[in-house]
Design a binder for this molecule. Structure first.
Ligand code: UDP
Length: 247
């Protein structure tokens, strides 16, 4: 597996099937390893947030979620062939787990969303066991009870949708106390599974325009969209700076 570094964050240049194989493998090892799916915003935040940076570095698998990361890698001269949005990754992984009767815990999103996502997932993957769920707005004092509950359920997979950087930092901090197969930090995926938000049409996804669709659907995301060019500028600066040093 080739790991490349894009502005300080490690990204695994893998295909979707390599990513799922790796995830299934990690699940079997039951080390509470975790998967991250960095996009432009996460990468930029990691440059000035040491906790997020450490959390990304600790991931067993780091997927190139967004077109911004892919473009930045190209500018830096180490292209990543395949972009793997978190939702595509999980959609590829769950059928394998369904065949094996896998156990999944859902964490995150607004109250009621994870439960709706669980119902929908059960319809789509009847042999998959959604063993429990918890919304992402619980009080900090409820944390120990949550950890105990997850450990008692002993799932192969915990889907962690607490938004970034909370989800990445949560997974790193909990890797030592949780006894699960694998965790995956997947942003708004529970909202998608629950049917609360829609995915961009296929042509927009292919063109790398999912961010534009999401910004149109939720205009409060505009502050994030404008960070895409900021990432590309940072990549250019790094490339030019590196060249000057080399020369
Ligand atoms: N979320 C949560 N707890 C929090 C913050 C966010 O459960 O403290 C959830 C939010 O409800 C949403 C998901 O995290 O379902 C992803 O949030 P957002 O769309 O802001 O993040 P992104 O997908 O862009 O990382």
């Amino acid at each position: 597996m080739r790991r490349t570094v894009v502005l300080g964050t490690e990204i695994d240049a893998v295909s979707l099937s390599e990513a799922t194989d790796r995830a299934l493998n990690e699940m079997q090892r039951r080390r509470s390893a975790y998967v991250v799916t960095p996009n432009a915003e996460i990468l930029l935040t990691a440059r000035r947030d040491p906790a997020l940076c450490a959390a990304l570095r600790g991931a067993a698998l780091s997927l190139c979620d967004g077109v911004g990361v892919q473009l930045a890698a190209r500018i830096l001269g180490d292209p990543i062939r395949e972009r793997i949005p978190g939702v595509d990754f999980i959609r590829a992984l769950l059928p394998h787990m369904d065949r094996a009767g896998g156990r999944v815990f859902l964490l995150g999103a607004l109250p009621g969303v994870a439960e709706r996502a669980a119902r929908r997932l059960h319809e789509a993957f009847p042999a998959l066991e959604i063993v429990g769920w918890q919304d992402g707005y619980y009080a900090p004092e409820e944390e120990p009870a949550l950890v105990a509950r997850i450990n008692a359920l002993s799932p192969e997979l915990v889907i962690v949708c607490l938004g970034s950087p909370r989800q990445e930092i949560w997974m790193r901090e909990h890797a030592a106390v949780l006894r699960v197969g694998l965790m995956a930090g997947l942003g708004g995926t529970l909202d998608l599974f629950a049917g609360r938000v829609r995915r961009a049409p296929r042509w927009m996804r292919r063109a790398g325009l999912e961010w534009l669709f999401r910004t149109m659907a939720e205009p409060r995301r505009i502050a994030r969209a404008v960070r895409l060019p900021a990432l590309l500028i940072a990549a250019l600066q790094s490339r030019i700076g590196g060249k000057q040093r080399d020369g």
